[in-house]
Ligand binder design. Structure first.
Ligand code: NZQ
Ligand code: ZN
Length: 388
């Protein structure tokens, strides 16, 4: 039975090759000073920076520069961004980049008018904002996180070796997001496929829990099949607009709160991956890829029927004459085969983790209770060790 829920997603999306022009419709809604948030320079190299600046100027905006947001944005950088916003009386935070820029913008948005330290308040104490929140807009350049249409903000504290996500509510979600698949074309293929695996795993995290016949799971299966099909096209033909646009749209729907409605969710692959990220600063999607198969093999006996369904409905495994265990394992083998095809079949060792780090990573792993098996600390260590 579907559980009780509410559903409201306030983010307005503009999708497609001419979507940037809609920035002209959004900007007049906000004040004069716009904090232009971007990463390490990809938008300067591919020309998007110039396009955005031209639109901001045409709309009479004062541009407050805030570049250099790193992948896996840090608490320290958030504190700097808050300072920039305060000093310049900013009224809109415009993130132009991937999930890191978008997550960072949200963390700044809830902290500008708040006296407490953002890391302590939102990521250690997990409090909700009780101050005025600055509006966030997003021009997305990488498909993966879904940050463009959700309230998630994942921040890393390098000193503490912790990477923690806070899922904020409607009021923190971007007011608008502009999604032009062409902007993702300048990504190196390794980032594209890392984003693809992130998308796929977001769907898995919401799929591998519960036993009900649930419309959310039907939607999840359709999204998974679309991601697999289009990723294989994109790997062969990186400039294929149809594949790249389907991937971008699937990423948004994979994590915009829809497919988790009315059911429990797992999110343990992300908890493991985030702890790995805190230790290695590795690319998010690859941290997930490294731990996925050991984790899913481990929980398979506890959620056997769902793994059977996954094998048959997503991977087309023929069930005739096979035991449930055989079908389920064939599904995971198909997952592994696809990961190899798109080049994300990596180990924790590939990402720079060492056996000496396992204890610390295990300690930094937050254990959630929504999946098929609530892990013990020993099980976390076993899964991480198998992922090396
Ligand atoms: O910094 P620049 O120079 O822009 O380069 C970036 C960065 O190096 C580059 N890039 C992005 N768009 C590009 C491009 N390079 C060339 N052409 C383009 N069009 O790609 C690199 C990675 O960018 P990043 O924003 O870090 O990637 P992603 O979108 O995967 O975001 C990762 C962050 O999001 C968090 C992750 O933990 C990680 O910190 N997540 C956020 C979630 C959420 N808000 O709900 C959920 C996710 O599970 C995830 O945890
Ligand atoms: Zn993710």
């Amino acid at each position: 039975m579907l559980g009780n829920f509410s559903f409201h997603n306030p983010t307005k999306l503009y999708f497609g090759e001419d979507s940037l022009k809609y920035l002209n419709e959004e900007l007049p809604k906000y004040g004069e000073a716009v904090q232009l948030i971007y990463g390490g320079g990809s938008i300067k190299r591919n020309g998007l920076y110039d396009e955005v600046v031209a639109i901001l100027k045409a709309n009479g905006k004062r541009i407050v520069e805030d570049g250099g947001v790193m992948p896996n944005p840090t608490a320290q950088k958030v504190r700097e961004g808050v300072q920039i916003a305060r000093e310049n009386g900013v009224s809109l935070l415009l993130a132009v980049g991937g999930g890191s820029c978008c997550d960072y913008a949200k963390a700044v948005s809830v902290s500008v008018n708040c006296k407490e330290d953002p890391w302590d308040k939102y990521f250690m104490r997990y409090e909700e904002p009780d101050c005025e929140i600055l509006p966030v807009g997003c021009v997305l350049t990488m498909a993966g996180t879904g940050s463009e249409m959700n309230g998630g903000s994942v921040i890393t504290n390098r000193d503490m070796k912790l990477k923690i996500g806070h899922v904020f509510g409607d009021s923190v979600m971007p007011k608008f997001s502009i999604l032009n698949p062409r902007y993702t074309m300048s990504l190196p293929m390794r980032q594209v496929t890392s984003g693809v695996y992130d998308i796929f795993n977001h769907i898995c995290e919401q799929y591998f829990s519960g036993t009900d016949d649930n419309v959310s799971d039907d939607l999840a299966e359709a999204l998974m099949k679309s991601v697999v099909r289009n990723s294989l096209v994109a790997v062969e033909d990186p400039q294929n607009y149809e594949a790249r646009s389907n991937i971008m749209w699937a990423a948004t729907w994979a994590l915009n709160t829809l497919i988790s409605r009315g059911k429990t969710t797992d999110w343990m692959v992300h908890m493991l991956g985030q702890a790995v990220g805190a230790y290695t600063d590795a690319t998010h999607g690859l941290t997930l890829a490294a731990v996925s198969l050991p984790y899913y093999c481990h929980i398979l006996p506890y959620g056997l029927q769902k793994f059977v369904r996954f094998a048959v409905n997503v991977w087309g495994v023929r069930p005739e004459g096979k035991s449930d265990e055989e079908i389920a394992h064939e599904g995971l083998a198909a997952l592994q085969n696809w990961m190899r095809q798109i080049g994300v079949a990596v180990t924790l060792t590939d990402l720079g983790a060492t056996p000496e780090m396992i204890e610390g990573i295990a300690k930094a792993t937050i254990i959630l209770k929504g999946g098929y098996k609530v892990l013990t600390r020993d099980e976390v260590i076993k899964i991480l060790t198998e992922s090396l």
